[in-house]
Write a protein that binds this ligand. Sequence first.
Ligand SMILES: [Zn+2]
Length: 81
Amino acid sequence: MQGNDAVCSRLCPGRGTLTPMNEATTTSDRWICDACGWIYDPAEGDPDGGIPAGTPFEEIPETWFCPVCGATKEDFSPYEG
Ligand SMILES: [Zn+2]
């Protein structure tokens, strides 16, 4: 009923120190289209192409193609950025 906040402030020293959430996205596996340079970012997906955000490149259907130039998955290479 009382004193919980005091206990927590001692046991949870990290309280109030928010860890940036974008760390996960910077380590995501992006792929670049060899034909046009368009970059697939799994954090964004390709909603226009039916690929929901958060979809790893490996899980994209083989029928998918680059939204810019129409290249297939085989024309993409891992992007080191
Ligand atoms: Zn392309």
